[in-house]
Design a protein around this ligand. Structure first.
Ligand SMILES: [Zn+2]
Length: 254
């Protein structure tokens, strides 16, 4: 279940886009706002920028902030002002932040993936992000920023997992004893090795980097591994690449 803050909830004050646009959309592009901030106030700032630029309220279909909150933009069946030449045929998810400079947070990436999967199931758009704004035909822009653009393959892999029936959010199985704690124990990320993406992990106890195979990752999640929202939360956990995932593995306490 994906929670989307509606225009009424975040306090939209201007138009719902520039007119109707057909569904399903043919393309789905990812953008960044360059503005920073979180919450309803950040959303109203984006709306004001769109209003000042195009006189039709917020320019994007949905927005996601660094805490993972998802906001309704101009409305799924409406035409925005995000992708020149494709505003009727495409929809736009915008990440709040400047991802030429900032690294996307795991919460942001997860919510984008959940939103893409939700929208596909709802019949709004294709199975994956088509790309970043700069991948659109004729686009002359750095949007959505180099760090977020680099994360698009990982986002699309996560969408594939969700659509294949992976848990909406990795959660602790009901059978797990209550006396467990879930300190981060592993940080897991992908990086290209000999032209293929490989998954690596740093084992928190061992402090060593090693390659991790897919069955082991599945076992971690299956054992109730919890994906943490903020790799910066624990000292020493700096993500080595954009989109690193931090997993906590339940440890039984006596
Ligand atoms: Zn853009």
């Amino acid at each position: 279940m994906v929670a989307i803050r509606t225009r009424e909830q975040w306090g939209a004050r201007h138009d719902r886009g520039a007119g109707p646009a057909p569904l399903p959309a043919e393309f789905l592009y990812l953008h960044h706002t360059v503005t920073r901030g979180t919450g309803d106030a950040a959303m109203r700032t984006i709306e004001q920028i769109g209003e000042d630029s195009f006189d039709r309220g917020v320019s994007y279909t949905f927005a996601v902030d660094t805490l993972g909150a998802i906001y309704e933009g101009h409305g799924i069946e409406r035409r925005g002002a995000h992708t020149r030449g494709l505003n009727s045929r495409a929809r736009a998810i915008v990440a709040i932040g400047n991802y030429d400079v900032d690294q996307p947070t795991p919460a942001l990436l997860e919510s984008i993936a959940q939103l893409v999967a939700h929208g596909h199931r709802a019949g709004w758009w294709p199975r994956h992000l088509t790309g970043g704004h700069r991948d659109a035909p004729g686009a002359a822009t750095a949007c959505p920023g180099r760090h977020l653009h680099a994360a698009i393959p990982a986002i699309n892999r996560r969408v594939g997992q969700i659509l294949a029936g992976a848990p909406t959010r990795p959660t602790t199985p009901a059978a797990t004893p209550a006396t467990t704690h879930q300190e981060p124990t592993m940080m897991i990320w992908r990086e290209p090795v000999a032209s293929r993406a490989a998954v690596f992990a740093v084992d928190h106890a061992a402090g060593a980097r090693r390659r991790i195979e897919r069955p082991e990752l599945d076992a971690i999640v299956g054992a109730g591994g919890v994906r943490h929202q903020d790799p910066q939360a624990k000292a020493g956990w700096q993500p080595p690449v954009a989109g690193a995932w931090l997993y906590g593995i339940p440890v039984a306490k006596s």
